[in-house]
Design a protein around this ligand. Structure first.
Ligand code: GLY
Length: 341
């Protein structure tokens, strides 16, 4: 098992390994003996697989557990659902020394993290990431939030977790499609910051690859470094948005029927259309059974682009990769994206 430290103001550890879930209660208890109650948040796809095991581990460690299960999917990631969570926390008398545990993928980590960030002006959150996407991205770095109908992640807070558990064994239960979604973010790390990772990915990684743990750990290290340099997303951290401006607009335009990972794969390819690395990127996207083209016109995507939360004034910052392993930020007028579609 690897323990990767994220050295921010409230620093924490990301554990990456196998067979970790059964000990999650012990890991949390060892880190903070004041916690009495745990608000265990999960969703309808993950709960039947891992809720009982998680609950048992938490109860065996002496915690009182209150469960909250929401309907799986991006459509649940809204303020109404968070308001319901806050109500259950208050009804059950959660105090500042209690904690939230998020058990799930990106929607769960974002939403449970956000509820934790605002309940009593902030209580601890522990992330147990069950998808590849959440393990390599969403659970690490403290971005929490929900969507508005106007756009993705438009409301949120920075709230670093107290511990992140990435149990690679949990990825076995992912469908090929959901696994591929996470690979879109892995490919992103390779192209923006790590040529060696790119070389490694040329031999296709799947759920059973012995290299999977290494790949997850490497992505977490890369993310930890970026978050340490720029916790609040004003500089280097923006490179993690490679493919995301167009990706978020594609997701929104499809009414979230195109998943985040698939939209990011398309967004990375589209924004790289004029780049010398375009062919290598598209080859890799295809190797992982991800899409790289989208039928949307600029007009279809404009609403999503204009509501991009990374917009500063009238301009947006896009991430360009002209050499594998190196990302550049470029501030442009939204209209300039027309040339990429
Ligand atoms: N998912 C991008 C970030 O955490 O900054």
């Amino acid at each position: 098992m690897r323990r990767i430290k994220v050295k921010v103001r409230h620093g924490y550890v990301v554990m990456v390994g196998r067979d970790l879930l059964k000990d999650c209660g012990k890991f949390i208890q060892t880190g903070d003996t004041r916690i009495k109650k745990i608000f265990l948040v999960s969703e309808t796809n993950v709960a039947p697989l891992y809720l009982d095991k998680t609950r048992k581990s938490l109860e065996d460690a002496g915690f009182e557990v209150v469960e909250y299960i929401f309907e799986a999917g991006e459509k649940s990631k809204n303020l109404n659902e968070v308001a319901k969570m806050l109500g259950v926390l208050a009804e059950n008398g959660f105090t500042r020394t209690d904690a939230v545990v998020a058990l799930g993928g990106g929607v769960t980590t974002d939403m449970a993290g956000f509820a934790a960030s605002i309940y009593l002006r902030g209580i601890k959150v522990y992330q147990i990431a069950t998808t590849l996407l959440a393990q390599v991205d969403a659970s690490v770095g403290g971005k929490t939030g929900v969507d508005l109908k106007e756009g993705k992640n438009l409301v949120g807070a920075f709230h670093q977790p107290s511990l992140v558990i990435c149990d690679v064994d949990l990825l076995q239960s992912l469908s090929d499609e959901v696994f591929a979604e996470g690979m879109a973010e892995v490919i992103k790390y390779a192209f923006i910051s790590d040529r060696d990772l790119y070389e490694k990915l040329k031999n296709k990684i799947d759920k059973n690859s012995p290299d999977l743990e290494d790949v997850v750990a490497r992505c977490v290290e890369l993310k930890a470094y970026v978050v340490e340099q720029d916790e609040l997303d004003n500089g280097l951290r923006q490179t993690l948005n490679f493919g995301h401006t167009l990706g978020h607009a594609i997701e929104r335009n499809s009414n979230f029927t195109v998943s985040h990972g698939f939209a990011v794969a398309k967004g990375m390819a589209m924004i790289s259309r004029h780049s010398p690395i375009y062919n290598e990127l598209v080859e890799m996207i295809k190797l992982y059974d991800l899409p790289y083209e989208d039928d949307s016109t600029f007009e279809d995507l404009l609403g999503g682009i204009m509501n991009d939360k990374k917009k500063r004034g009238s301009k947006i910052t896009v991430v360009l990769v002209n050499e594998i392993g190196k990302a550049e930020l470029k501030t442009i007028e939204p209209n300039e994206l027309k040339g990429y579609l």
